[in-house]
Write a protein that binds this ligand. Structure first.
Ligand code: FNR
Length: 378
């Protein structure tokens, strides 16, 4: 039974998924120090309780890039979503759409952009990685534009893959990985049936459209490994800025100097993020990095933040620390794996309820009321 958004969906996902996939989603880099601190530092952010203010009318809506969102939450891009549930990208996009918030589709998705975009009423967001293969990047951008994507999320914190030891332990990578994954799929036949592994070769639609052939997990890992581009610099982003007419968000900023650079570059927004602790272990948690970044650039650029957000209370904490809108990552992935579209829809309702409780008991009637004033100063 799902009572708490933060823990119950994670446990339900663990029960349903083969280990390599649960741990791929759940895990982080190296000793997972940053991953743990994303959650624990945020949980340690204390709010001031305020009472007797007639909090019967709350307004959670917010404006973002000319759109109205029902609450200041968007769904972060998660690669391989379609391996967690059949047509996972479509299911999660629909749940976000019904709730009135944006969904960001990852470059490395199972469903192609063209399959997801027509399923929803509001324009989708699309995430792009920096890859050596600029031809691929350009062709994906053209496809995104043709499919009516409104907002580009450009992820810059993956010039090299993070070292994720849990993936090697669980069979996602490392020795005999393909064999181990196959063995786990056999032991999880209901999952394998649901995601279509038995019926057809599992195909990473977005990547295969470009490579011109069905692309399975093995080809994808090889292609991605060969395609990270550590030479990337701000100069290289200019052609994307020139090409992309809609809002462009830079995802993976953790330092005030880089945030200032993003303002100078002309980005419309940044996501303060350490990639959910999946890249460099030992960097600051977002909860600790965000206040200094807000001091540097708040008001000059839209500030989004993610990493460690599990509940509606966490969303309110991130807003109080300086974010304008908050992205959910693993929180929705667990819900999708456990309950498909209905699971994500229920998760988003839980997040809203938890936000309402937090706003009521901190005396914040609107999203604009959620400021640093809500924080207990030690
Ligand atoms: C991610 N993330 C990610 N980010 C991105 O820009 N492109 C991607 O394809 C992916 N893929 C991906 C897969 C999985 C399994 C996870 C868990 C995460 C990072 C994601 O967008 C977001 O930054 C983090 O998930 C935020 O941290 P929390 O909320 O999961 O702790």
């Amino acid at each position: 039974m799902i009572i708490s958004a933060s823990t119950d969906y994670r446990e339900a996902a663990r029960r349903r998924l083969p280990p390599f996939l649960f741990h791929y989603g759940d895990g982080g880099a190296y000793a997972e120090y940053t991953l743990q601190h994303n959650v624990s530092d945020l949980a340690g952010v204390a709010l001031r309780q305020r009472v007797l203010n007639d909090m019967s009318q709350l307004d959670l809506s917010t404006r973002l890039f000319g759109e109205t969102l029902s609450m200041p939450v968007a769904l972060a891009p998660v690669g391989l979503t379609g391996m967690y549930a059949r047509r996972g990208e479509v299911q999660v996009a629909r749940a976000a759409d019904r709730k009135g918030i944006p969904y960001t589709m990852s470059t490395v998705s199972v469903c192609p952009i063209e399959e997801v975009a027509p399923e929803i009423s509001r324009p989708m967001w699309f995430q792009l990685y920096v890859l050596k293969d600029r031809g691929f990047m350009k062709s994906v951008l053209e496809r995104a534009q043709a499919a009516g994507v409104s907002t580009l999320v450009f992820t810059v914190d993956m010039p090299v893959p993070g070292a994720r030891y849990r993936d090697a332990h669980a069979g996602m990578s490392g020795p005999y990985a393909a064999l181990r994954r196959y063995a786990q799929a056999v032991l999880h036949p209901r999952w394998a049936w649901d995601v279509g592994l038995w019926g057809r070769p599992h195909d990473l639609g977005n990547v295969s459209r470009y490579l011109g052939k069905p692309t399975g997990l093995e080809d994808y890992i090889g292609w991605l490994g060969a395609n990270f581009d550590p030479s990337i610099s701000w100069k290289d982003l200019q052609w994307i800025r020139d090409f992309w007419k809609g809002p462009m968000i830079i995802k993976g900023i953790l330092d005030p100097d880089d945030a200032r650079e993003a303002v100078r570059f002309g980005a419309d927004g940044i996501v303060v993020s350490n990639h959910g602790g999946r890249q460099l272990d030992g960097v600051l948690s977002t909860a600790r990095a965000l206040p200094a970044i807000a001091d540097a650039v708040k008001g000059q650029i839209t500030l989004l933040a993610d990493s460690g957000v599990r509940t509606g209370l966490d969303v309110v904490r991130m807003l109080a620390l300086g974010a304008d809108t908050v992205l959910l990552g693993r929180a929705w992935l667990y819900a999708l794996a456990a309950g498909g579209e209905a699971g994500v829809a229920n998760l988003l309702d839980l997040i809203e309820k938890e936000m309402r409780v937090a706003m009521t008991l901190t005396g914040a009637r609107t999203i604009a009321d959620i400021t640093r004033d809500l924080l207990v100063r030690d």
